[in-house]
Design a protein around this ligand. Structure first.
Ligand code: HEC
Length: 498
């Protein structure tokens, strides 16, 4: 084989010389052709292939040109310099036959190249769905290197977010139905001819209906609450978590509504419509407040045995307090009064709503007085005696035995001396020092007499203060119930100075 070398003299290449392995006798023999280049070409795009003639393991360059040809020019063509152009989807075998010094050789090099699409276009490029069950039809299309449509590609479809959409390809088409199944954004991929593209689909449920349950409700106690259930649905009837809720009560004097939680609270008897809004949607619940009496208490209270005892031929006011189940006064409920024996103790013919006047007659005995506020009632046994409590002998004796050690003289607590000469005027219809709106003793009204609360130890329930009397007492050293009852009945009988 001849050996060639490049001799450079004075900057000029004057000759090219080389060598083969045969010791320099004639041109080399081309034994094979190696064709290199990409295995695919985009439709309407080009790829440069290169061919190398080989003599054994040695490339031959000098005097070598190639004749290029495509085995299927409907799929790909090739230029005289090895530039392949994609024509239609499919594979073509490109061949290169070397010419040595212009003479065709008998070796051939081949290279298989596949014409493919350059990209995929999916339409619509983005979409939004407002109800679960809504669908969007996606269409994929192959595109060549010039972005022109390249038909004939089969696509596979899938979603990256299975909780948001389901994707179902339509058989024998380049389309797929996308069904909304949950809120969120899903990326959907179409793959064809080895190329992929994706689009985003957003599912955001929009409520089209809003409703409250129940539609009407009645609350039977002030302070009672109702939490209406709220339902919002999208256009296909699927539940939506309602957003941006606003709550209003049309009559806050009847019922209030918590603007955050929607909890409705009864305030007073009447009706109020409570409105919930979410955007342009609204619904209401009609709330009625109708207190149902749960307890009724009669005053004067019974404090020990015997029960309240009036004297013959007197009048005294009795009061009833009606409470609902939560202990709020039922101001709109009226009370009716009755007696078991109208000749002994009669209720007034003109009893006001919550109070009556008990009138006793000449006969001693007892009668049961009943106050009714449907559905509850309460009774009090009223004894009638012709031997009323005596201030001088009964009440003053209690003061002498239990009170005057402190309540005597000019320096008596609260200036209240309870010694016989002055005690009556110091207590009956005399304002209390500790609670000036109350009298120490208010005739006929033991429960409105501050002195009674001080010996019962209930002074703080009427705004009073200080200790239970006798001062410092506890347990047996306090006045017993019978003694307290004696003073109460003396007051009920008119707090006479007898
Ligand atoms: C050991 C002394 C002492 C005895 C006994 C005593 N008190 Fe008092 N009392 C006081 C003192 C001190 C006050 C004022 C401070 C207080 O209320 O705790 C007072 C206040 C009162 C008041 C409030 C008067 C007002 O106008 O605010 C009444 C009513 C009262 N006593 C009634 C009685 C009666 C009734 C007895 C007997 C059953 C009695 N006390 C026995 C010391 C006593």
């Amino acid at each position: 084989m001849r050996r060639f070398c490049l001799v450079v003299i004075g900057g000029l290449a004057v000759s090219a010389c080389g060598g083969g392995g045969d010791g320099g006798s004639g041109p080399p023999t081309i034994t094979s052709v190696v064709v290199n280049g990409d295995s695919t070409v985009v439709l309407a795009g080009t790829r440069q292939l290169t061919a190398t003639a080989m003599s054994g393991a040695t490339p031959v360059t000098s005097g070598v040109t190639f004749l290029w040809a495509s085995g299927d020019t409907t799929k790909a063509t090739v230029s005289g310099t090895g530039v392949v152009t994609g024509i239609r989807l499919g594979t073509a075998a490109i061949s290169a036959v070397p010419l040595l010094n212009g003479v065709l050789t008998t070796v051939i090099g081949t290279h298989s190249i596949r014409a493919r699409i350059g990209s995929i276009a999916i339409t619509p490029t983005s979409s939004q769905m407002a109800s679960l069950g809504d669908t969007v039809l996606l269409t994929a299309e192959g595109r060549d290197a010039l972005n022109a449509p390249a038909p004939g590609v089969t696509f596979t479809w899938r979603t990256r977010t299975a909780a948001v959409v389901e994707v179902t390809p339509r058989a024998n088409t380049a389309q797929a139905d996308v069904v909304a199944i949950g809120n969120g954004t899903a990326r959907i991929l179409a793959t064809g001819d080895g190329v992929s593209d994706s689009v985003a689909v957003t599912v955001r449920q929009v409520a089209t209906t809003l409703s409250l349950t129940p539609a009407t409700a009645t609350l039977h106690s002030v302070g009672a609450t109702l939490t209406p259930a709220i339902t919002a649905n999208d256009a296909r009837g699927n539940p939506v978590a309602p957003s941006g809720l606003g709550w209003t009560s049309q009559s806050t004097g009847v019922a209030t509504v918590n603007t955050t939680t929607g909890v409705i609270t009864a305030v007073d008897e009447g009706q109020s419509r409570v409105i919930v809004t979410s955007g342009a949607l609204a619904d209401t619940v009609l709330v009625s407040v109708d207190q149902i009496p749960a307890t009724i208490t009669i005053s004067p209270a019974n404090f020990g045995v015997p029960d309240v005892t009036m004297r013959t031929g007197q009048n005294a006011p009795f009061y009833a307090t009606v409470l609902d189940s939560l202990g709020h006064v039922a101001t709109h409920d009226s009370v009716t009064w009755s007696t078991t024996d109208a000749t002994t103790a009669n209720v007034s013919g003109v009893a006001t709503l919550d109070s009556t006047v008990i009138t006793t007659f000449a006969s001693a005995g007892s009668a049961t007085i009943t106050a009714t506020a449907s559905p509850v009632s309460a009774s009090r046994v009223v004894g009638v005696t012709n031997m009323p409590v005596s201030y001088a002998t009964d009440v003053q004796t209690v003061f002498n035995n239990h009170c005057t050690t402190c309540h005597a003289g000019a320096s008596a607590p609260e200036g209240m001396s309870l010694v016989a000469a002055v005690s009556y005027s110091n207590i009956v219809e005399h304002a209390a020092g500790e609670v000036s709106v109350l009298e120490r003793v208010r005739s006929f009204r033991p429960d409105s007499s501050y002195l009674v609360h001080k010996i019962q130890g209930t002074q703080t329930t009427v705004g009073g203060s200080g200790a239970r009397m006798p001062f410092g007492c506890s347990g047996a050293s306090c006045l017993d119930d019978a003694t307290i009852n004696l003073i109460r009945n003396w007051i009920l009988q008119g707090a006479q100075n007898n």
